[in-house]
Design a protein around this ligand. Structure first.
Ligand code: AMO
Length: 430
């Protein structure tokens, strides 16, 4: 019966177990060999005293190359000096697949490598327990999102990623050829999730890829990211901000509870944010930035320097609300009594934008005018606009970047660390 290293305890002294994994390290002291086996859950010390184990097993262990795949069958022995208080005295060691030498990348933490080299040999880099920890936590984040939103009555959907229209009205699209037509990779499920409000679902969520042909090569931009999107009917921006802040708190709680092993590995302590999260207006944000010497003209987006200045003032998660209507996409709802500002928000963590959202315009005429005012052609939004002509409820929603969320939770310095195989301005392989 196969066991994981994490399932073995000193109390199992005398029991025979079978482990599968990788040769992390071999230390040959002549008459005594220590083999460290690594599986996805941790490490086990395999101890081979020459006088105790068979000659065949001893010689196999001695010849093992690091990162080869092995099966080890042997007896558990309680040993206070060994890591986790036990060692395995092997009866059989089977070499399942030998690794070539030298290794392209160090799996032990002894030799730090540049991120670029790590990403070039990502399969190897991902073997490192600290790197695996990021993706084990990411898995829990996605589980928590699905569980939380399902409980709140949201239905998970999948919308097309091959589309004919820009969503956000920008130019940051990847064109592709779709038989005889031009098409694009979708930059957001925005239009479809709104159409689904017209279809009467009331609450939907999607976890899916977004593609953005941004030229940026920064520590927070990817060209392919995973977006967690929701859309909800008969509510406003405040309603969906409530869902978002409760989701963030739930994710932090779940990770603390279910991923403590991985948080410890990464040396992270997660604080559960107190709700409601602080809200500052765009205008307050401008003032805060100005007081730190970062002046932004009203109506413009906040620069990274301005956000860093604001992030020094406010710790943790917070919302920036009431953005200028013209600084946001055509679909955001202007305030009734002050149409130059909109019912929109960004969720921030320190200087990093994690999500943006808004109440949407639900009246057809107003929407067509906003599309025109943005210099876009209503004709290219045909299928979207149709949904607004025959009974579109008031609605709101947001999009939350999964990798940015992970960056904020785990204090990652580069967004690429949160992606198995990142796509950026230079990187299309692996
Ligand atoms: P926005 O364009 O702000 O809004 O995107 C939402 C969130 O997605 C993440 N994100 C990215 N992450 C990494 N690299 C990128 N290039 C990238 N672009 C976006 C960010 C961002 O906050 N349709 C709206 C959402 C809505 O209103 O429902 C939208 O796409 O975390």
């Amino acid at each position: 019966m196969r066991m994981y290293t994490s399932e073995i305890t000193p109390e199992m002294d005398g029991k025979v177990v079978k482990l599968f994994g990788w040769v992390h390290e071999v230390r040959d002291h002549g008459g005594l060999i220590f083999l460290v086996l690594r599986d996805r859950e941790g490490f086990a010390q395999i101890t081979l005293p020459k006088k105790v184990v068979s000659k065949e097993v001893f010689n196999t262990a001695r010849s093992l190359k690091r990162e080869s795949v092995v099966a080890v069958e042997g007896k558990v022995k309680a040993e206070p000096k060994a890591p986790n208080g036990f060692e395995i005295i092997p009866d059989i060691i089977t070499l399942l697949n030998e690794a070539e030498a030298p290794l392209p990348l160090e799996v032990t933490e002894k030799v730090p490598a540049e991120l670029d080299t790590r990403l070039d040999y990502r399969f190897m880099d991902l073997r490192r327990p600290k790197v695996q920890a990021i993706f084990r936590i990411r898995h829990q984040v996605m589980q928590s999102v699905r569980e939380f939103l399902s409980k709140e009555g949201f239905i998970e959907v999948n919308t097309p990623k091959i589309v004919s229209t820009a969503t956000e009205g920008g130019t940051e699209l990847f064109p592709i050829s779709y038989f005889e037509k031009e098409a694009f990779l979708n930059q957001s499920p925005q239009l479809y999730k709104q159409v689904l409000m017209g279809a009467g679902f009331e609450k939907v969520f999607e976890i899916g890829p977004i593609f953005r042909a941004e030229e940026h090569n920064t520590t927070r931009h990817l060209n392919e990211a995973i977006s967690i999107d929701i859309e909800m009917s008969f509510t406003d921006h405040e309603g969906v901000m409530g869902v978002l802040e409760r989701l963030i708190a739930k994710i932090c709680e779940d990770i603390n509870q279910k991923c403590s092993k991985y948080l410890d590995l990464l040396g992270i302590k997660l604080e559960i944010p107190e709700l409601p999260l602080p809200r500052i207006t765009y205008e307050e944000a401008l003032k805060m930035a100005k007081s730190k010497g970062e002046e932004i003209p009203w109506g413009e987006d906040l620069s990274l320097q301005a956000l860093k200045a604001i992030g020094e003032e406010i710790n943790g998660y917070y919302f920036i609300v009431d953005w200028p209507t013209d600084a946001k996409p055509f679909y955001v709802m202007p305030h009734e009594n002050r149409p130059e500002i909109s019912k929109s928000f960004d969720l921030m963590h320190s200087w990093l934008e994690l999500a943006s959202g808004a109440q949407r315009i639900h009246r057809y005429d107003v929407l067509v005018n906003r599309i025109k005012a943005k210099g876009l052609q209503p004709e290219s939004f045909g299928f979207y606009l149709d949904a607004f002509r025959y009974g579109m409820p008031p609605h709101a929603g947001w999009g939350l970047g999964a990798e940015r969320l992970l960056m904020s939770l785990l204090d990652l310095k580069n967004i690429r660390e949160a992606v198995l195989f990142p796509r950026d301005r230079q990187r299309l392989v692996p």
